[in-house]
Design a protein around this ligand. Structure first.
Ligand code: PEP
Length: 246
């Protein structure tokens, strides 16, 4: 199976910077067939990014969507709107959305259902805080996030879900988890999905991935790819991660 390498740009890049990125990135990774590449820019750049990626092997994802189809939700974007402009993926449950925008497991579950109803593929993020890790309660915590976040999702629909394991303490800190521990949690997530949902779901690792450590994580069959934040913002370093995975 091809590894999946996804970029989460968070709240970074203007439209002009987005165009510049794609010009450079496409010239570097042109005809790279070794992995599935997904890039998730801010909403305002999605149309441009989707156009840039027509006839390439790069897919475009959003970083959020609302759990209702339409209506009086000022400032929000629906799954249908994303689908309409050629977006294929959406990141849901990111720890920054949980922390700064008070997203609960219940809200995330509703968003996942709505995204799947609209044929979007979901990158569903889970991961523990440092306190949970120090209490040796990682598995229980992750199992709860998975069971609540995916409640009511059918085995059939789970084919369109990728789980990203992102320990919160490793995000944007430069302190990635060691690859053995990441594999251990990825295996646990797969077991949880198999036991509770009967599904075989891809699991990515995210948290301070860079060109130097990317291959460490993906060389095991437990980890199906990477979700990359900071190091995906420069075309050169994101391309280096893709090459490292090869
Ligand atoms: C992220 O926010 O999803 C992430 C993995 O960030 P970083 O790579 O910067 O740690």
């Amino acid at each position: 199976m091809k590894k999946i390498i996804a970029a989460n740009w968070k709240m970074n890049k203007t439209l002009v910077e987005t165009k510049d990125f794609f010009r450079e990135f496409k010239s570097k990774v042109n005809a790279q067939e070794n992995c599935e590449i997904i890039i998730c820019p801010p909403f305002i750049s999605l149309t441009e990014a989707a156009n840039e990626c027509k006839n390439t092997n790069i897919k475009i994802g959003a970083q959020n969507c609302h759990y209702e189809s339409s209506g009086a939700f000022t400032g929000e974007i629906s799954a249908e709107m994303l689908c309409d402009i050629g977006v294929q993926y959406v990141i849901l449950g990111h720890s920054e959305r949980r922390k700064y925008f008070f997203e609960t497991d219940e809200m995330i579950n509703k968003k996942i259902h709505k995204a799947l109803e609209n044929d979007l593929k979901v990158i569903f993020c889970v991961g523990e805080s440092i306190e949970i890790r120090e209490k040796n309660a990682v598995n229980e915590f992750i199992a709860e996030q998975i069971n609540s976040g995916l409640k009511g999702v059918s085995k059939e629909n789970l084919r369109n879900v990728i789980v990203a394991y992102e320990p919160i303490w490793a995000i944007g800190t430069g302190k990635a988890i060691n690859s053995e521990s990441a594999c251990c949690v990825a295996r646990f997530i797969k077991k949880c999905l198999a036991d509770n949902f009967g599904s075989e779901t891809a699991v990515l690792y995210g948290g301070s991935v860079k060109p130097e450590n990317a291959n460490e994580f993906v060389k095991s069959s437990d980890i199906d790819g990477l979700l990359v934040g900071g190091a995906s913002l420069k075309a050169e370093s994101f391309a280096e991660i893709i090459f490292a995975v090869r």
